[in-house]
Design a protein around this ligand. Structure first.
Ligand code: NAP
Length: 357
């Protein structure tokens, strides 16, 4: 006979597969809802429900389990109908990116929707590289109200939008799209989110010397925010140094040049180095951190990267990217719903998110 722990381990592994399958099933159910909506078909289809039960009973080896199977499938179908109902009666949002496993954006947006008394359904849209244009054209008229955009599409998406806000154009990246009156309008709320992070953790960038690691979308939002808040000097550290790269308002340097800089004030990691699942990675050698007073890592998963752990060991003020993530999501909700959301709501969602992850 197997030990209890062994049996429980097998149950855990089966549950894990069930969750994966449940998620896939829900995604199909939402597609069905879209089809039903388009063709004006009612949600409830009693005949289909009976068919599902009788078809699946043929796969059951031990017919003793028949009642359990009926219960299981009926509960699945009840959940499906409820979800279709919610979906059809809600505003629709989502996150667009290449790989979105374990994204916490749906949780943050669902908290934000609850806090603001709005009804919404937030989905994940994983799109392969090279397929963004086609996906966007097919999705644009499907009744979405808004999407957030993440790695690696914050710049490419700009090619397919009807309008881009002045701020997003200046930053050079879009992380929020609002579908309004048949137009797709691009915004950048990372800028706003980073600004809120600075105020929350009382990090002053005015007259400070700042080093930004990475030169992608997030780095550009952080750069603009630091410029607008009167930073004294800003360096962007890029793997290619200043070859082919001119970024106005900052000196672009290589990682080798970073090691020979004298003391600065704030270092901000805007690279994905150290992000889950490659949590052992770090963008720089620890010793360089001793030149700074404050370290910010835009990564929020894990909450303490090797970069932040090293900075903490050296006694620097350390802040991760979770507050920025919540603040940029709340700013997107403000745009989509044309409302003003108080900063106390950002704090509340931030606290709840920390408890839940
Ligand atoms: P991105 O546009 O792909 O830019 C990342 C930049 O990092 C690249 O341009 C590259 O700059 C550098 N980089 C990439 N891979 C690297 C590697 N292996 N080693 C060293 N440098 C590397 O991505 P992003 O949208 O800016 O996001 C960057 C990070 O910020 C991600 O971890 C993302 O999750 C996080 N983020 C967080 C928030 C938040 O709300 N907390 C918001 C936005 C982004 P060079 O080629 O110049 O070296």
């Amino acid at each position: 006979m197997r030990e209890l722990e062994q049996i429980r381990n097998e149950i855990d592994s089966i549950d894990m597969q069930l969750i994966e399958l449940l998620e896939k099933r829900i995604d199909c159910v939402i597609e069905v809802a879209e089809f039903k909506e388009k063709h004006r078909i009612p949600i409830l289809n009693k005949a289909r429900e009976e068919e599902v039960i009788s078809k699946n009973s043929r796969y059951l080896k031990n017919k003793m389990y028949y009642d359990a199977m009926v219960d299981f499938l009926s509960s699945n179908m009840r959940i499906s109908k409820e979800l279709q109902n919610i979906y059809m009666n809600s505003e629709r949002y989502g996150l667009l990116g290449e790989k979105l496993g374990h994204s916490i954006s749906p949780m943050i947006h669902s908290l934000a929707l609850k806090e603001t008394g709005n009804r919404g359904f937030y989905r994940l849209f994983e799109v392969d590289r090279g397929c963004l244009k086609q996906w966007f054209e097919e999705t644009k008229d499907k009744g979405l109200k808004g999407i957030n955009v993440t790695i690696p599409y914050k710049i490419e998406i700009m090619n397919y939008l009807d309008k881009i806000s002045d701020e997003a154009r200046r930053i050079g990246s879009v992380n929020t799209v609002y579908f309004k009156d048949g137009e797709a309008i691009g915004y950048n709320t990372d800028y706003n989110g980073f600004g809120k992070l600075l105020s929350k953790f009382k990090i002053r960038v005015d007259e400070k010397k700042i080093v930004i690691l990475g030169s992608g979308g997030a780095a550009r939002s952080v750069l603009c925010c630091c410029i607008d808040n009167n930073a004294e000097e800003i360096f962007i550290v890029s793997r290619g140094g200043n070859k082919n790269k001119e970024i106005s308002g900052a000196k672009v340097i290589s990682y080798d040049e970073l090691y020979s800089l004298d003391n600065k004030d704030i270092i901000i990691n805007c690279t994905p180095c150290g992000m889950y699942p490659l949590v052992e990675n770090t963008p720089i050698k620890e010793k360089v951190l001793s030149k700074f007073q404050t370290a910010v890592d835009l990564i929020y998963n894990p909450q303490e990267t090797i970069f932040l752990k090293s900075a903490k060991n050296l006694g620097l003020q350390c802040v991760n990217g979770l507050y920025m993530l919540v603040a940029q999501a709340v700013a997107a909700q403000e745009i989509w719903n044309d409302i003003k959301i108080d900063d106390s709501i950002i704090d509340k969602i931030y606290m709840k998110t920390m408890e839940m992850i």
